[in-house]
Write a protein of this length. Structure first.
Length: 242
């Protein structure tokens, strides 16, 4: 069974997403990790493998800058995210620049979907965040060094509601990588499941890395948005001044 790798014993071990809006936050008797809201959202974000710093909306703030129209379009999707996902829509977010919000926006949309569907969800996995390069590396390693959690996750890829394919097509694929990636993406599209791709490659550059078959399948089934802002990442020393 695909499951989380740990569960915190107290709220002090893992900041709660709902502390600013919950009347019971801080109550020694009522505020604990047995809270249904905390339990369900913890499972959603951690089964999805969203990096912990990116699980919190306060860490996902972006300046629209030159990408104001793209941000407006994405906010419209976000406002109707449940229908967007359940209708099997797809997004391809790309830019020649790193660090300008592609992954951030992808996760913002996934978190919004999780907020909407978490009621009575229990511990069911509804989405996956997959860094493509890391995932392909881990699948190769698991051939000899069996990773049971990875195997269980792979079984879910064709059927979960939403998958983020992060850093898609940023490096050239081997025949093995191509076959694996195409199989998963093609199966999800055939099943009417939603995908969000983030990439620094498009058209010919993308095709050189992943082949025209994958490129055509992905781009022709997705709304394609280009971000032109430069990187919004701040150096660690600058972040530490706040």
């Amino acid at each position: 069974m695909y499951d989380i790798t740990f569960y915190p014993k107290s709220i002090d071990e893992y900041p709660c997403w709902f502390k600013d809006d919950c009347d019971e936050f801080g109550d020694k008797e009522l505020c604990n990790t047995a809270c249904p809201l905390f339990f369900q959202f913890f499972h959603l974000v951690n089964l999805a493998n969203i990096p912990i710093p990116l699980q919190y909306p306060r860490n996902l703030k972006l300046e629209p800058g030159k990408d104001a129209n793209e941000h407006k379009f994405l906010k419209e999707i976000q406002s109707d995210i449940t229908n967007w996902v359940q209708e099997g829509n797809n997004l391809y977010l790309f830019s020649e620049y790193p660090g300008n919000g592609k992954t951030t926006w992808a996760i913002k949309l996934m978190l919004s979907y999780f907020y909407n569907i978490m009621d009575h969800n229990g511990d069911k996995c509804r989405g996956l965040f997959i860094n493509v390069e890391q995932f392909l590396l881990e699948t190769k390693k698991s051939i000899t060094d069996r990773n049971q959690r990875l195997k269980e996750m792979e079984k879910l890829i064709p059927s979960v509601d939403l998958v983020i394919w992060d850093d898609f097509g940023n490096r050239s694929l081997s025949e093995y990588d191509f076959s694996l990636l195409y199989t998963y993406i093609n199966e999800r599209l055939n099943n009417g499941k939603s995908n969000i791709y983030t990439s620094n490659r498009i058209d010919d550059e993308l095709a050189r890395n992943v082949g025209w078959r994958v490129t055509d399948r992905v781009l022709n089934t997705s709304d394609v948005l280009e971000f032109i802002n430069p990187s919004q990442r701040r150096p660690a020393r600058e972040r530490g001044r706040k």
